[in-house]
Design a protein around this ligand. Structure first.
Ligand SMILES: C[S@@+](CC[C@H](N)C(=O)[O-])C[C@H]1O[C@@H](n2cnc3c(N)ncnc32)[C@H](O)[C@@H]1O
Length: 217
C-alpha cells in the first residue's frame, strides 16, 4: 500500500482507484510547488490571515506542510481538510514526512490531525484545524475560504470531481479573489473553470509535470 516517491517521501496507493496519492516524482516537492508556493505563499502576499479548504486530506501532507509554513511565517491559519476515506493510523505512523521535513517536534500535532474528526482543534495559538469526514459532493460552503487545495484523484480516476457541478461548488466556497490551486492542467478542466467565472493561469508544474493550474475567483 505504501510506495516511495522520487524525493524519498512515501505515498499511498489507493486500492479502489489504483492510483497514488501523490506524484511518483516526489510527494514533498509536489506539495511544495503546487499548494505551498502557488497557493499559500501567493495568498499570503495579500493577507496573513488565511482560511484553507484542502480536498482531500489523505495522508495529511498538504496540511502538515501548511502548518509548518504558517508557524515559520507567523500566519493565522484556519484549515479544513475534507476526506471521505480516512487512512488507518497504522499507515499514518509509517509515513516519513516528519523525518524528511525535519519536523519531528510536531509529531503529536500530525497524529492529532489524523485522530480527530469533525471537530476543530487548535494546534498552535494561530493554527486551527479540522478533518471533516465527508464526500466532496456533499459540501456546500459559501464564500468562506481564501484558498482551495484541489487534490482529488486525477480526472481519469474520478471524472465527476473535475466537472462543472463540483467546480461550481468550489467557486461558491471561495471568497472574492480566493485562489484554487491544483496539479491538474487539462484543457477541458481549465475551460470549465473559465466558464464558471474563474480567471485561470497555467504555471510551471512540479517535477515531472510541465504545467499546473491556479484559478482566481
Ligand atoms: C490525490 S489523494 C490526495 C492526497 C492528500 N492531499 C495527501 O496529501 O495525501 C485524493 C484524496 O481524496 C480522497 N477522496 C476521493 N474521493 C473523495 C470524495 N468523493 N470525497 C472526499 N474525499 C475523497 C481520497 O480518499 C484521497 O485521500
Amino acid at each position: 500500500m505504501l510506495e516511495k516517491t522520487e524525493d524519498g517521501a512515501l505515498t499511498v496507493r489507493s486500492k479502489e482507484f489504483g492510483v497514488t496519492y501523490h506524484s511518483t516524482h516526489g510527494a514533498i516537492q509536489e506539495t511544495q510547488t503546487v499548494f505551498i508556493d502557488a497557493g499559500l505563499k501567493y495568498r499570503a502576499q495579500q493577507s496573513n490571515k488565511i482560511a484553507v479548504l484542502g480536498i482531500g486530506f489523505g495522508t495529511g501532507l498538504n496540511a502538515l506542510m501548511t502548518y509548518l509554513h504558517s508557524l515559520k511565517e507567523g500566519l493565522e491559519l484556519e484549515y479544513i481538510g475534507v476526506e471521505a476515506y480516512p487512512i488507518d493510523m497504522e499507515v499514518v505512523k509509517q509515513l516519513n514526512y516528519l523525518d524528511l521535513l525535519g519536523a519531528e517536534p510536531y509529531e503529536q500535532d500530525f497524529i492529532a490531525m489524523h485522530s480527530h474528526s469533525n471537530k476543530t482543534i487548535q494546534l498552535s495559538p494561530k493554527f486551527s484545524f479540522q478533518k471533516k469526514i465527508a464526500k466532496f459532493e456533499d459540501l456546500n460552503y459559501k464564500g468562506q475560504f481564501d484558498i482551495i487545495y484541489y487534490d482529488a484523484f486525477a480526472p481519469n480516476a474520478q471524472p465527476h470531481l473535475w466537472e462543472p457541478p463540483m467546480l461550481h461548488k468550489m467557486y461558491n466556497a471561495l471568497k472574492k479573489d480566493g485562489v484554487l490551486v491544483t496539479y491538474c492542467a487539462k484543457g477541458v478542466f481549465k475551460r470549465t473553470l473559465k466558464s464558471l467565472g474563474f480567471s485561470v493561469e497555467g504555471l510551471p508544474g512540479p517535477i515531472g509535470k510541465r504545467e499546473m493550474t491556479r484559478a482566481i475567483k
